[in-house]
Design a protein around this ligand. Structure first.
Ligand code: ADP
Ligand code: ZN
Length: 734
């Protein structure tokens, strides 16, 4: 702990001081005095005064400031929670520096549950008083005494139950001092998964990958592997072996998954194999669960943690393994607050902790495959579906030729396939990545379009809810009876399809079938997702009409047809990953068709059949596709061949934002391998009432882009009402 030894307690003229980092958007730690009675170490959680408040922070390494004695405040207390390990502190510093966030905001992510810093409530229980007072015994009282004779102290309700008496009997005995109250530590929140329970016998390829991961876990060494394999090839079985090894070593294992929707089946499967549920971490936990989990992770009691990206910022006591399942998924990128990519930061965490990490996907990202090609990452390919189930047959429907009726979206070919599927008693999935009924409403009289007043976005019609809604800010309105602009009635027209409209169309075509819509709007919680999964598994549903929420991870044995209704959604726009992302998504959706013993087929409707995405899908050529995309990015010096950072200015006052942008433009870095594009209005030029302007900084791989941006921004004073957001390695170009 820097130069401050906690033994020199001459508090008079040379107080003993420590640096305390607070979970606030501050770049550095503050200095506090250590009162003589307290012995502190780096990593300790402490509470300190800040203004009139009392806040919790962490004793950080590093020099203390020279604070004049009259200004120096003292640490109030050491908190009863395991200290933050050095590896975690180094990780926090790395994340802050790389993503250009303040260290305090990163600490805030690591201290996301302030309540968990308080020791958990003790459970009060009753034991027999060894010096039993003379009291009148009754039959009921005797029963209680009998139970406690051979038992450790019991909580009142449990004791009453065991003895078969009412709690009033217990209270009565306590009042008479026959029973004494004792405090017990709360029971553990998590049990250790049974890693000795046998898993399936692995195939040769599966075993090779599993052995490799196990060896790295056992050796406690940093290694990154990409585990690639078609859906159903047993990737999960392979990495669960590595999880077993971590458990055997007494270490913790973290599995990051893209979305809670993946949770239901995954958790069930985990429980089946290991006899208990893992610790979960996602936005849908109750506060109590959150507090218990955070603490159990800090104490090392929770061994396997499965969660969304923020689970990377839990206070692991002794992490032994990280798995990123569906590593290509965009949801690992956090887009607000501290902007970071959880997959990339997980690799950093693994490196700083000397542990292995595995990136798992059927369609690994271009970035990860590039690291494989350069020999930085290991690569394991699981070539076949387990038990020889066949990959679905993918065919492309050219919508310019095979046209649906006007105002309809399902082509005759797809209608034919649906008919056959339903006739065979099998299930179909219609995929369309658009929530609601129609993405745009316009007036056929005057051309008025319904736009969000706070965002550069159309209002999406949600017919079930009877609302026009903005998908960016949540603004909503009741659809009016007449056009607000020309006041004509009956002229409002819904343009284009959303899943609601598609469900309407399929039910019109097949009046007897049971359709279910699967969108984030009606699948908020793991419970709701689970319910839908059961409905489908029990074959109470014939066709699922859904967005990307159904694309992930599910196995439905009777689902044999997947219809991609509009494969072109998402192909356009300035996003460098648009094609790759579309490919990954469609591939994943296609994988829902025909598992187990039923071969599936996939029909992809597009207006652009020659697009590399459609060609790669049809030919099952992920490698060739990634190769084409790589060449493209290399030619344009885009990541991973160059560096990229977004600088977004925003504010309610458009003029102020424009002025700030103009000022920054004058000093923008444009030399020594750096190029700055912009300022340009962001595609979402107005978002939640804030005007937005973007710069895009492009640099060669050898350039320290963060340093360049830092000195650029430092040199230019901006008004406080203009906010600057930095996005290193941007994924969203909105
Ligand atoms: P992926 O993660 O690649 O989609 P899974 O690990 O989920 O694949 O495997 C798909 C199905 O095949 C699961 O039900 C799994 O239990 C089963 N499976 C995979 N490998 C084996 C194996 N070696 N022996 C028995 N069943 C297996
Ligand atoms: Zn809006």
């Amino acid at each position: 702990m820097s130069s401050n030894s906690t033994t020199s307690l001459d508090f008079g003229d040379q107080p003993d001081c420590v640096s305390v980092l607070l979970p606030l958007p501050l770049g550095k730690a503050y200095t506090y005095a250590v009162p003589p009675a307290l012995s502190l170490d780096v990593g300790d959680f402490v509470s300190v005064p800040l203004g009139v408040r009392e806040v919790a922070g962490v004793v950080w390494d590093g020099e203390v400031d020279d604070v004049p004695p009259e200004k120096l405040k003292a640490v109030l207390a050491r908190l009863d929670v395991p200290p933050m390990p050095e590896k975690t502190r180094r990780f926090a510093e790395w994340v802050a520096k790389y993503n250009m966030a303040s260290l305090g905001s990163v600490l805030k992510m690591l201290m996301s549950v302030p309540d968990a810093l308080k020791p958990p409530k003790q459970v009060s229980a009753y034991a027999l008083n060894k010096e039993m007072p003379e009291i009148k015994m009754t039959a009921a009282r005797n029963k209680v005494v009998e139970v406690l004779k051979g038992s450790p102290p019991l909580p009142a309700t449990l004791l009453a139950k065991e003895a078969g008496v009412g709690t009033s009997v217990i209270k009565g005995l306590a009042k008479l001092d026959a029973l004494i109250a004792v405090d017990l530590p709360p029971p553990p929140s998590f049990t250790v998964p049974d890693w000795q329970a046998p898993g399936p016998t692995l195939s040769a390829e599966q075993a090779a990958a599993a052995e490799n991961m196990r060896a790295h876990v056992k050796a406690g060494e940093f290694a990154v592997s990409v585990l690639e394999g078609v859906p159903g090839s047993g990737k999960t079985e392979v990495y669960l072996e590595a999880v077993c090894e971590a458990l055997e070593q007494g270490k913790q294992a973290l599995v990051l998954l893209p979305e809670i929707a993946l949770g239901a089946q995954w958790l069930g499967r985990f429980e089946e194999r290991f006899g208990c549920r893992p610790a979960e971490w996602h936005s849908d936990l109750t506060q109590t669960k959150r507090r218990k989990t955070w603490r159990a992770v800090a104490e090392g009691e929770a061994k396997v943690i499965v969660g969304a990206r923020s689970a990377l910022f839990l206070p692991y006591q002794d992490l032994g393994l990280i798995i990123i399942d569906e590593e290509h998924d965009q949801s690992f990128k956090q887009e607000d607050g501290v902007i970071y990519n959880a997959r990339d930061m997980a690799v950093v965490r693994a490196q700083l902790s000397d542990i292995p990490i595995s990136l798992v996907s059927a369609t690994p990202s271009l970035e990860s495959l590039r690291n494989v090609a350069q020999g930085r990452y290991e690569h394991f390919d699981l070539p076949d579906r387990h038990a020889g189930a066949e990959l679905p047959d993918i065919s492309i429907i050219d919508m310019r030729v095979d046209r649906p009726d006007p105002g309809k979206w399902i082509s005759p070919k797809l209608i034919g396939a649906l008919k056959e599927t339903f006739a065979a008693g099998e299930q179909a999935l219609l995929f369309l990545n658009r929530r609601g009924y129609a993405p745009l409403t316009l007036c056929q009289g005057c051309g008025h379009r319904f736009q969000c007043p706070q965002c550069t976005a159309w209002l999406v019609e949600h017919r079930f809810l009877g609302r026009l809604q903005c998908h960016h800010c949540g603004y909503q309105m009741k659809p009016p009876d007449k056009c607000p602009s020309c006041e004509q009635e009956d002229k409002l027209y819904a343009c284009g399809p959303g899943v609601e409209r598609l469900a309407e169309e399929v039910v019109e075509l097949f009046p007897d079938i049971r359709a279910e819509i699967a969108v984030s709007d009606n699948l908020h919680t793991p419970g709701q997702a689970q319910e839908l999964v059961h409905q489908i598994e029990d074959r109470n549903v014939d066709v699922i009409v859904g967005t990307q929420i159904v694309a992930k991870g599910y196995h439905f044995p009777y689902l044999t047809l997947v219809g991609v209704v509009d494969a072109d959604v998402g192909l356009t726009g300035g996003d460098i990953r648009a094609l790759e992302r579309t490919y990954q998504l469609l591939y994943q959706v296609a994988g829902r068709a025909g598992r187990a013993d039923r071969p599936g087929r996939v029909l992809v409707q597009t207006h652009d059949p020659e697009n590399p995405v459609m060609q790669a899908l049809k030919n099952g050529d992920h490698k060739g596709f990634i190769e084409t995309m790589s060449q493209d990015r290399e030619r344009n010096h885009m990541p991973p061949f160059g560096r990229l950072a977004g600088v977004i200015l925003s504010g309610a006052d458009e003029r102020a934002v424009d002025q700030a942008a103009a000022r920054l433009a004058r000093t923008a870095p444009r030399d020594n391998g750096v190029m700055t594009l912009g300022p340009a209005p962001a595609p979402l030029a107005l978002l939640r009432g804030r005007h937005r302007r973007r710069f895009l900084v492009k640099a060669g791989k050898e350039v320290n882009i963060q340093a360049r941006i830092r000195s650029w921004l430092k040199a230019t004073e901006l008004p406080r009402k203009v906010r600057v957001q930095l996005d290193i390695d941007p994924y969203s170009f909105m």
